[in-house]
Design a protein around this ligand. Structure first.
Ligand SMILES: Cc1cc2nc3c(=O)[nH]c(=O)nc-3n(C[C@H](O)[C@H](O)[C@H](O)COP(=O)(O)OP(=O)(O)OC[C@H]3O[C@@H](n4cnc5c(N)ncnc54)[C@H](O)[C@@H]3O)c2cc1C
Length: 450
């Protein structure tokens, strides 16, 4: 980066918020898993939407690429810079507004974490509808940019369904404020939805209005074991249509065994595959859960939690997978949605593919079974093996009717596979939108498109 641009950026955000230290930049240029690395020229931390817009204007004028960074929990290398970029971090956009309990909404800065929004909602007796294991780092700006899903999607939907207003700094340096104080508002294009899932390619989200939900008064949680994945999927299929469903999570028995061995997390019930079920509502739902499980081909007695402590213990089995997959070094990750009917066949075919390409690797499958949204994590897979395995696995996913990217987005890791899930005209339309907003292509240039 030339010294004139550096000086201008310092003038906008303050000298303390432009960092060029090589160690800091190296850390910030590496993805969450530690598998993918890039190169950056500076880290810039604007403190307001106007500062974000000014930074964008200066970088565009100087012909310098910008990569947007929120909590950097992307699992598709979405924050890894490839062009000696300026890294634009939202970490100072952390304002949290008052909860509007009447309208059930809250206005927050893009750099606020999911956990902070959950806490704010909780103090008003409400719930924020998106939860994920990265809650303490993932920001609502990044979650909107990737249209994140997670542990509560089966009940409340994805991030896009929580976003009811946005502030966005556009690549030309202007700022759009799209807020509405009424619930029904069809005035023109639904601009907010254009930026949700755009992965920062069309603008930088600086603030959001988020929908909140009433907190259920009763909750029951269970972990059931299955020896047959098809039997688990059949039970999941019935439960996902239950009105009070609050979570439906698949955990690979291998992950649970590794968590027991390495992390001291007890396995709550026997089975090659575990299903975590949570029902929540206004009445005691224990009976309803028992009814729903009648006829299910379980491999043992389900573990049921009716109080908070027992429920947390059961959730540990699911939550520990994030740590388990890192036990043998950076894991290789595949995020895929499959038709429920194809899950077992995919699981067997994926295991065979692993044997071919990385015989020592351990495949661990888990995820949000209600949406058929699964995470296949490959442990002990080196970079050379990855080079061959990645494309073969993407083909296998497509052959089973799956998509190449579910809740994590495309990032830079999957951009070469876009045409597996989108037609040429579809990709051309997306490129037209990108070119309209960012004709020079300087914003998040490594993301989404090849
Ligand atoms: C342990 C773990 C568990 C996870 N579980 C889930 C899960 O259950 N469901 C799920 O969907 N994801 C999950 N993820 C992935 C990740 O948390 C999500 O993709 C999250 O939405 C990213 O938020 P972030 O703030 O970390 O964004 P980052 O990683 O910083 O950025 C993600 C992308 O969005 C862009 N971006 C970031 N902020 C903005 C902004 N303000 N405006 C415009 N663009 C922006 C970035 O350039 C990048 O392309 C998990 C990750 C981890 C590490």
């Amino acid at each position: 980066m030339n010294s004139t641009l550096a000086e201008r950026l310092r003038a906008i955000v303050g000298a303390g918020h432009v960092v060029t230290d090589p160690d800091v930049l190296a850390g910030r240029s590496t993805d969450y898993t530690g598998r993918y690395r890039g190169r950056a020229s500076a880290l810039v931390r604007p403190g307001s939407a106007d500062e974000v817009a000014e930074v964008l204007r200066e970088c565009r004028g100087a012909g310098v690429c910008v990569t947007v960074q929120g909590g950097r929990t992307s699992l598709v290398a979405g924050t890894v810079p490839e062009h000696d970029d300026v890294l634009l971090s939202t970490e100072r956009l952390t304002e949290i507004g008052e909860v509007d309990a009447l309208e059930r909404r809250i206005r927050v800065g893009a750099g606020v974490t999911a956990a902070a929004v959950q806490r704010a909602a909780g103090t008003a007796g409400l719930v924020f509808g998106v939860d994920l294991a990265a809650r303490d780092s993932a920001t609502v700006g990044g979650m909107a940019a990737t249209n994140a899903g997670g542990l509560r999607t089966v009940r409340y939907g994805n991030m896009g369904e929580q976003v009811i207003g946005l502030d966005v700094a556009l690549p030309d340096g202007s700022v759009v404020h799209r807020h509405s104080h009424v619930r029904a508002d069809n005035t023109g294009y639904d601009l907010a939805s254009l930026f949700v899932g755009a992965e920062g390619t069309l603008g930088v989200i600086t603030g959001l209005d988020l929908r909140l939900h009433p907190a259920p008064t009763h909750r029951v949680t269970a972990v059931c074991g299955f020896d047959d994945l098809d039997a688990l999927v059949a039970t999941g299929r019935t439960l996902r249509d239950t009105e009070s469903i609050a979570a439906l999570e698949l955990v690979d028995g291998r992950a649970a065994a590794l968590a027991a061995e390495h992390l001291d997390v007890p396995v709550p019930t026997r089975g090659d595959w575990l299903l975590l079920i949570e029902l929540a509502g206004e009445t005691d739902l224990t009976e309803r859960l028992a009814d729903a499980l009648e006829g299910a081909e379980l491999s043992g007695e389900p573990a049921v939690g009716v109080d908070n402590t027992a429920q947390q213990r059961l959730w540990q089995v699911r939550e520990s997978t994030a740590e388990v997959v890192g036990l043998f070094g950076p894991p290789l990750k595949f995020d895929v949605s499959l038709p429920l009917s194809a899950i077992r066949a995919f699981s067997s075919a994926a295991a065979a593919l692993l044997l071919d390409h990385a015989p020592d690797a351990i495949g661990v499958l888990f995820g949000h079974i209600g949406e058929g949204n699964l995470h296949l994590n490959v442990l002990r897979c080196n970079a050379e093996q990855e080079a061959h395995l990645y494309a073969a696995m993407m083909k296998l996913i497509a052959a089973h009717g799956g998509n190449v990217s579910s809740e994590h987005g495309v990032g830079s890791r999957k951009r070469a596979y876009l045409q597996m899930s989108r037609q040429d005209t579809d990709i051309a339309a997306m490129r037209t939108i990108k070119a309209a907003f960012d004709p020079t292509g300087y914003l998040n240039p490594a993301v989404l498109f090849d």
